[in-house]
Design a protein around this ligand. Structure first.
Ligand code: 9WN
Length: 432
């Protein structure tokens, strides 16, 4: 795209410069915060998305970003949702004090949250290696990260899968990265709320109407406190929130494919990773909802399926093995998502649903990471015309809205925080 006009009167070179400036501004010296005000620590899946873009401008820094996150890995293999900057402890809640991870035998060397986020890290590691194989080799990058990434995936297998449907379940909506997606509503509804006051420093940086509600936070806290009080162990099917998310699992399978590439490059046995990737992809097919044309979720605790169309349900497109590619692409182009030209980018939630809210977090807005996943999936399946259209629109909306966290999917109007790191990083990837 270099030298071309992006459609907002700004050349691709200038967009690239601005995106780099965002990442520069949010860089701490060893990782990139998602956004300087609202999210002042290191977030797990944000870092992996950031690495996927940062590799085009500074592969060494991208490697450092990932290694910083892996340094905070827990002894049991989990990669924490948040690694806290002790200097900024009060600026985000729940903070380091809430989790007190340092009191747990299973935790890592840094203060971190006990929850996790979607496993896009091995995919990121492989991509950053491919961008600069010589630098990566000199640093011994793959050899250094492979054991940690393997241990992370083994944690998911050991701690999060259930015999009936051996896909990874999340134990809290925050773990899905799509916090207040309608996918979680039915499981959340019967859960209690905390009665104490909940600190909301986030509301100093974003409008309350664009963040999860106080009611949602009441249940988030109830669930997080309970998990923390059980030493960050969910303890099996009695755990009241145990949801299998199609996006989380698609990323796990995609990352297993990447682990296979990494293992082969290191002269190790790639076959177990290929097998695992195929198994996850196979089991994912059981979540396909024919009447919607997308993948749904599975509630392990309630033993029910969640048949709602969300952007999470399009994510399995990133896998090569999908058996319903035509149906998923038709759903993407249909009224629930792009609706022809009605939507400029794919919304996070079914646009035909009566409670679709185009400006409300994961209940309607278009997110750059999710649309980027859709673009990767479309490219993998040879649907380049639609992929190019979405990529171009993403770049235009990103630069027009100062790299916003998310946008109104109809108009591209920016919402959430600005100068958001993964928006900038994924734009750099699209430009490359
Ligand atoms: C809770 C950091 C994170 C993203 C998530 C996004 C949002 C946090 C919050 O911000 O979640 O983890 O406070 O709302 O939902 O995907 O990783 O950017």
């Amino acid at each position: 795209m270099s030298g071309e006009n992006t459609g907002k009167g700004v050349s691709a070179a200038v967009v690239g410069e601005r995106a780099r400036a965002v990442l520069e501004n949010n860089w701490t010296g060893s990782y990139t915060t998602p956004a300087t005000g609202l999210y002042p620590h290191q977030w797990s899946w944000d870092s992996a998305f950031i690495v996927m873009g940062l590799r085009h401008v500074d592969a060494a820094r991208a490697r450092l970003e990932l290694r910083t996150l892996l340094d905070a890995q827990w002894r049991d293999g989990r990669l924490p949702q948040i690694v806290y900057d002790p200097e900024r402890a009060e600026e985000y809640q729940p903070g380091a004090q809430f989790w007190s991870s340092e009191t747990l035998a299973s935790s890592g060397p840094h203060r971190s949250a006990g929850l996790v986020q979607p496993p896009n890290h091995a995919w990121a590691a492989w991509l950053v290696h491919c961008s600069d194989p010589d630098g990566s080799r000199r640093e011994g990058f793959l050899a250094a990260v492979y054991p940690a990434l393997q241990a992370w995936h083994e944690f998911l297998l050991r701690d999060r899968t259930d015999t009936d449907l051996p896909l990874a379940a999340v134990v809290h909506p925050w773990e899905s990265g799509t916090d207040n997606s309608p996918l979680w509503d039915a499981a959340m509804a019967p859960l209690p709320k905390v009665h104490h006051a909940i600190p909301r420093p986030d509301l100093q940086h974003a409008d309350a109407s664009e963040r999860p509600s106080q009611k949602e936070y009441g249940t988030y806290y109830w669930l997080a406190e309970r998990y923390r009080d059980q030493q960050c162990e969910h303890g099996g099917r009695d755990w009241p929130f145990l949801l299998v998310d199609p996006c989380f699992n698609a990323l796990w399978a995609r990352s297993e494919e990447a682990l296979a590439e990494i293992a082969a490059t290191l002269g190790r046995d790639a076959a177990p990773h290929r097998r695992r990737a195929a198994e996850i992809a196979d089991h994912l097919e059981r979540l396909f909802v024919p009447e919607l044309g997308v993948y749904g979720a599975w509630d392990v605790h309630a033993q029910t399926s969640v048949r709602i169309a969300t952007i999470n349900g399009l994510a399995p497109l990133v896998l090569g093995s999908g058996r319903h590619v035509d149906e998923v692409v038709a759903a993407l182009e249909g009224m629930r998502f792009l609706g022809g030209e009605r939507m400029s980018l794919a919304p996070s939630y079914d646009a035909t649903a009566p409670d679709f809210r185009p400006e409300q977090y994961w209940r309607g807005p278009a997110w750059f990471n999710m649309n980027w996943l859709v673009v990767q999936g479309l490219r993998r399946h040879g649907r380049t015309v639609l992929a190019d259209r979405l990529a171009e629109t993403m770049v235009g909306h990103a630069v027009g809205g100062e790299f916003p966290e998310y946008v109104d999917p109809r108009t591209g109007e920016p919402h959430g925080s600005r100068r958001f790191s993964w928006t900038a990083a994924l734009v750099l990837d699209l430009l490359a």
